[in-house]
Ligand binder design. Structure first.
Ligand code: AMP
Ligand code: MG
Length: 544
């Protein structure tokens, strides 16, 4: 056994060193001005964050501190808030905004770009991986179009908390280093109803190996700029898809490799969406500019969590008319988005067939992953038989019979007694805690639930799976604590009212989402009735 000394923690931000591969390798916009414009032939524009009046750190992620090798004391140094609020730049940073386009709500929207995100530069984490540090809400960029480049506290709290909560759940996601209140105020019309108000501003520092989106590729394809498209794609393959890059030789990839790259993105995207279904997450704005090339959940806007299981639910009021981005449509929307990416990569591949083959692989791959995921949720080794598949579909039907809390339901299913000869009514009794309106549960609902649970119990007995082992395994994939919309809103209310500690208290619960935390039952309870229709708890607009 060899003992390696832990690397010396970074105790002062000037010790941080940057290795900016994106800006070093890719073409820059030659215009250094910060006026809104169309940017052609460039992957990014250099732009500095706008200094803020009074940066103040509200929360940080201990895990990201650790990943980046930051000393814990850094958080209390005022320089930290100044840097990650956007007021101070460090030597070696190369701040810039990405140029990208996107399909928004099904339509090509042209150039979008980082309108309020500014990447500061890349650092190497403790595992040797590059991580880009990116401020969100740090002021206008050439891509801000008609907007201000800022972010308000409520949406920044939501992004900070959800990035970290998702990571603790094991869902691929961009991370959040810090949440800084800027001391400035931002004008927002939260419900787009003509009632604009000033709200406190904030900046989140996001962290990811890459912030490249499907839209980064689409913009060049849409303009017929195949050279830049190829340069970007070669760069992404060489930095983020090392297995593909190995053997590719240096420099340009072959058409086969571009197609393999696409096939990998197909799989990563399917994996991500499958994880969303596992935990009850609705992204809310699955436009192609919000789809990460690494299959990370990115751009936490009007996202939401299912309280009661309803595949037709979307948190996004901006999408209320068509509800394109509902919980249950996410797998199909991801596939549609992948088709847009395939179209963008087509000029590099030169023929449709390999891209089509990869795209055709999406459904079978997703279904295979979904089966593995559902089997795990049910505590089954696999969905082996047709009857097993009926159990997986059956459980989702049971969840829809009456208003049933998804998260509570799965944890209660884990303690259902599968022994032979138990009275069916008694067997389903643990599930009662998951119902929102127990008085609405009819005999018909009870018998449909029993019919499913009896089949389920019989199958587990046939497989010889003991309840204790099954319950333990189920509790490792069915979280007890998720970032319920109303819990995030309570933390926002507290932070707005001068108690930002509430953000960390909530984050601390979300650190161990699968564990029973006996003194924290409050956070595991079903959504209270007052939160059913409250703005921020059940409805969110894109205004952030
Ligand atoms: P979204 O779908 O909310 O992630 O954003 C769509 C586009 O609008 C992206 O190009 C964003 O950078 C841009 N955007 C959103 N909010 C703002 C803002 N407050 N200021 C500038 N650009 C913004
Ligand atoms: Mg976005």
């Amino acid at each position: 056994m060899s003992i390696t000394a832990a690397p010396t923690p970074i105790g002062s931000l000037d010790q941080l060193s940057f290795d900016n591969r994106f800006t070093a390798a890719l073409p820059a916009d030659p215009d250094a001005g910060n006026n809104r414009r169309q940017v052609v032939g460039a992957c990014y524009s250099r732009v500095e964050p706008t200094p803020v009046p009074a940066p103040h750190l509200l929360a940080h992620s201990a895990e990201i501190f650790d990943l980046l090798g930051f000393d814990t004391d850094l958080a209390s140094n005022p320089e930290f808030a100044a840097v990650f609020g956007g007021s101070t730049l460090l030597d070696g940073m190369d701040p810039h905004a990405h140029c990208y386009g996107g399909h928004q709500f099904g339509n090509w929207a042209g150039q979008l770009g980082d309108g309020r995100a500014i990447a500061l530069g890349e650092v190497v984490d403790r595992n040797g991986q590059h991580q880009t540090l990116q401020l969100k809400g740090a002021g206008p960029t050439p891509y801000s179009r008609t907007a201000d480049g800022l972010a308000v506290l409520r949406s920044s709290v939501r992004e900070f908390l959800c990035s970290e909560a998702m990571a603790h759940l094991g869902v691929p996601t961009t991370r959040a280093l810090s949440l800084v209140a800027t001391g400035g105020m931002v004008m927002r019309d939260m419900l787009y109803d003509g009632n604009a108000e000033l709200e406190p501003g904030a900046v989140v520092c996001r962290v990811a190996p890459s912030f490249v989106r499907f839209g980064n590729f689409e913009i060049f394809a849409s303009r017929g700029d195949i050279d830049t498209l190829r340069t970007l794609t070669d760069f992404v393959i060489s930095t983020d898809f090392p297995d593909l890059a190995a053997g590719a030789g240096s420099g340009r990839s072959s058409p086969e490799r571009y197609a393999q790259f696409f096939a990998e993105v197909v799989r990563h995207t399917a994996d991500m969406v499958c994880e969303w279904l596992r935990v009850g997450f609705v992204h809310g704005v699955m436009n192609t500019d919000n789809m990460s090339i690494l299959g990370l959940t990115i751009d936490y806007g009007p996202y939401g969590w299912l309280d009661n299981y309803d595949p037709d639910w979307t948190p996004n009021t901006t999408d209320a008319a068509h509800r394109r981005y509902r919980f249950g449509t996410q797998p199909a929307v991801a596939q549609w988005n992948l088709m847009q990416l395939a179209n963008a990569l087509y000029p590099l591949v030169g023929e449709a067939e390999p891209l089509q083959a990869a795209l055709d692989g999406y459904v079978p791959y997703f279904e295979a992953q979904w089966s593995v995921m559902m089997a795990a949720k049910l505590g089954l080794p696999a969905l082996e038989t047709e009857a097993d598949r009926e159990l997986a579909n059956g459980v989702l039907e049971v969840l829809r019979l009456v208003e049933t809390d998804m998260t509570v339901f799965w944890r209660r299913l884990a303690i259902v007694d599968t022994a032979e000869g138990i009275d069916p009514a008694e067997r389903i009794a643990p599930l009662a805690d998951a119902y929102y309106q127990p008085s609405e549960v009819t005999d018909e609902h009870r018998s449909a639930t029993s019919e499913f649970v009896e089949r389920y119990a019989a199958r587990l007995r046939a497989l010889g799976i003991a309840d204790a082992a099954r319950g333990g395994a189920m509790n490792r994939v069915n979280p007890k604590y998720v970032l319920r919309n109303y819990l995030a809103q309570l933390a926002i209310d507290a932070a707005t009212g001068g108690r930002p500690e509430a953000i960390n208290e909530l984050l601390d619960v979300m650190r161990r989402p699968y564990d029973d935390q006996p003194d924290r039952e409050f956070y595991a309870a079903v959504r209270p009735d007052w939160a059913r229709t409250r703005v921020g708890c059940s409805q969110l607009s894109c205004s952030s």
